[in-house]
Design a protein around this ligand. Structure first.
Ligand code: PMT
Length: 410
């Protein structure tokens, strides 16, 4: 019951995904939320207000100038009532209206009138999602503090494939719970990781070519630092081994800075004996230069060939220990995400792997948002695009369940 006594105002705009909203409302209610629903005129063509009234147990509002509603729960009152305003599905049209401050119906008026945090679950055809106008509206909304859940990729109602599917109701509720726990709950957080020692790697590694050049990757460290911060908030004792990044150390976290993969491995090995859980979020260079040049390489000829040799695999080294901690690895993929992640899970003999598609603009490397598929031998969880903080919290909760389950069966 993570939404106990939270007032969730659900705005439904007119897209095919609106048919999922009765299930969404049921799931919100199951988490203890008080739910009121507002439909746009076009949403009424996709879902009936009667079914939403039945599942929410509240009158559903559609019109701005509704005499009944004005008498009881006027739009200002409704805007004030909300602890959180969730717009699902959010069509391209509604996102455009929100971005530009149009208020020609109840839903858009509520967006302007509510002081509550706003979350949107975009849903539209993939071409519409990729349209520059939609991208600009989306970014404007994000820059004004709107949080987005999804959209997800996959087959669409129109037969197209790509980004634009509304996140599933379960994913939306999960993201909403994480959001509430992080930003709205005054009550102390759950401390499910109290007494656990967690070792986390984050950021890129740099492999020197000569004294002034190196090879590296686009990792900013944000995902790993978010995990460190959320694990600390959940009560864990956290050691963070960070590659070269420019991020503040989360309060209460012990941090060790390293540059190369070998240094990262050495530092991990110094601390892994005390760790209950090892999370490998760092983007470690698979290869290093075979022979580092002591002096700056001089320009010579049109081509330059540099020989590389494999770096040690830190995660595999930890998971192969005789008494390993619980191991959660990451998989950064640009294709066949699930298949390649499963191969890594098995090959490296991990307890869990969190896979991300790093080919999607705005997610993964060096962004504030990400989406994850979390895989164990027997389970798969999909976490829709969200802020890295919210994702880290959801991931740690799923990890904790699996960790506890493994302790029980041992
Ligand atoms: O740092 P951000 O900008 O926030 O971006 C986040 C992220 C995309 C870097 C992160 O979410 C992520 O995917 N991290 C793993 C990146 C990676 O190197 O993935 P991989 O599929 O190449 O490696 C698989 C796993 O083995 C990873 O857990 C990695 O840490 C580990 N590994 C890899 C090579 C190596 N030599 N040693 C390792 O420990």
């Amino acid at each position: 019951m993570q939404l106990e006594q939270k007032n969730v105002l659900v705005g439904v705009s007119g897209g095919i995904a609106a048919y999922k909203t009765p299930d969404l409302v049921r799931k919100l209610k199951a988490q203890g939320a008080n739910v009121r629903v507002v439909l746009t005129e076009s949403a009424t063509h996709f879902v009936s207000s009667l079914s939403l009234q039945a599942v929410s147990g509240e009158k559903v509002s559609t019109h701005l100038l509704d005499e009944d509603a004005e008498a009881g729960m006027g739009h200002i009152e409704l805007a004030r009532w909300a602890d959180i305003f969730l717009i699902a599905p959010a069509t391209a049209n509604i996102m455009a209206k929100l971005a530009h401050g149009l208020a020609d119906d109840l839903l858009t008026t509520l967006y302007l009138a509510t002081p509550a945090p706003v979350l949107i679950a975009p849903a539209m055809n993939q071409q519409m999602w990729a349209a520059p106008a939609t991208t600009a509206n989306f970014e404007l909304l994000l820059s004004r503090g709107v949080t987005t859940i999804g959209p997800a990729a996959g087959e669409q109602a129109c037969g197209d494939m790509g980004y634009g599917r509304m996140a599933e109701p379960a994913e939306i509720v999960e993201a909403l719970c994480a959001h509430c726990e992080m930003y709205l709950n005054e009550a102390p957080r759950e401390t499910i990781l109290k007494g656990k020692r967690i070792l986390i790697t984050a950021g890129p590694t740099r492999e020197a070519i000569d004294p002034v050049r190196y090879i590296s990757n686009h990792s900013s460290g944000k995902m790993g630092f978010a995990l460190a911060e959320q694990a600390k908030n959940l009560g864990a004792e956290v050691i963070l081994v960070a590659g070269p990044v420019s991020l503040e150390t989360p309060v209460g976290v012990t941090r060790y800075d390293v540059i190369s993969a070998q240094q990262m491995l050495d530092t991990v090995e110094q601390h892994v004996d005390q760790a209950d859980i090892f999370i490998a979020c760092a983007a470690v260079a698979d290869y290093k230069v075979a022979r580092e040049n002591a002096q700056k390489l001089k320009k010579s000829g049109d081509e330059l060939t540099i020989a590389f040799t494999q770096n040690p695999d830190i995660l595999k080294t930890v998971a192969s220990r005789s008494n390993p901690p619980f191991t959660l690895g990451f998989a950064a993929e640009t294709e066949n995400v699930e298949e390649y992640a499963r191969i890594k899970l098995n090959k490296k003999r991990l307890n869990m792997i969190a896979a991300n598609d790093v080919s999607i603009p705005g997610l993964g490397f060096n962004s504030d948002r990400n989406a994850l598929m979390i895989i164990t031998k027997n389970t798969t969880h999909r976490l829709a695009p969200e802020t890295k903080d919210a994702l880290a919290l959801s991931l740690l909760k799923i990890m904790h369940e699996e960790y506890t389950h493994l302790q029980e069966v041992r």
